[in-house]
Ligand binder design. Sequence first.
Ligand code: NCD
Ligand code: ZN
Length: 335
Amino acid sequence: MKLKNPLDMHLHLRDESMLKLVAPLSTKDFRAAVIMPNLVPPLCDIKSLKAYKERILKVSNDNHFTPLMTLFFKNYDEKFLENAKDEIFAIKLYPAGITTNSENGISNFEIETLKPTLEAMSALNIPLLVHGETNDFVMDRESNFSKIYEKLAKNFKNLKIIMEHISTKTLCKLLKDYENLYATITLHHLILTLDDVIGGKMKPHLFCKPIAKTYEDKTALCELAFNAYEKVMFGSDSAPHPKDEKECCGCAAGIFSAPIALSVLAELFQKHSNQENLQKFISDNACKIHNLSFKEDKIITLDNENWQVPNEYKNENEKIIPFMAGENLRFQVKS
Ligand code: NCD
Ligand code: ZN
């Protein structure tokens, strides 16, 4: 099977020795990826963002990979955004404290407060990526964020709003109600329910935000992805954490899936859909939504060949356990 220009529309690459370990593994199968800004401290200025981009390019080991950079949302003025526009792909909004490194996020969702920045973003055609969760009961956090998505969609009709890593049937439906709402879907939310995470022995490597939910939620997500609904895009939300920070009391949220994502998607789409829809989900939908094109194409070949996911990935400082560690997969990516 061949795929043209696979895109990961939501990727965490971290920094320093973790970046060195995960960047080559996370970028090799993709033509481009949207890079998350939740570093410590978060990326809020163009100088830091450009320097981070350089560090990514240096270690990704691939001339055919483009990092699409994002800034961490705060109330920026118009002049700043005008200057930033050419360096960034989008701005990512996190509610304060809702997930890893989001302490500097937003706690006031009043329209009047957000208006200057969001109007400037609309005018400059800068998309808004949103981690949509409230502080409520964990299974309701995403559905309860619908009110905020609706408020944003209604008040900023020209703003392209991407609901990131959707995990509920509520948001699958909301996506169809507003023209300016789009969504990314991860691999793990197409596979897992809460039962896989805590139904038997607790599995810290399957713990992520938003948490995997019910069977009905998963079915709704699969329906959108496998039919390559035009407003959804693949975004792995591959979020590596050191092994000791996953296998401990107070496990960090995040699943490291990027190195196996394409291989597993090929298997899922072969079983439940077809290659044409995978091409749309993995690339064409995002290219249309964001008007993306590439000077040189990257064609990825997947062969029907069994291989085993490594039990861990490591370098001299870091050790990470990938999603589906030790499992056998049916498609192998050929370089
Ligand atoms: C992400 C991380 O570790 O940075 N964690 C996660 O569980 N997905 C942050 C995020 O996208 O919520
Ligand atoms: Zn994420």
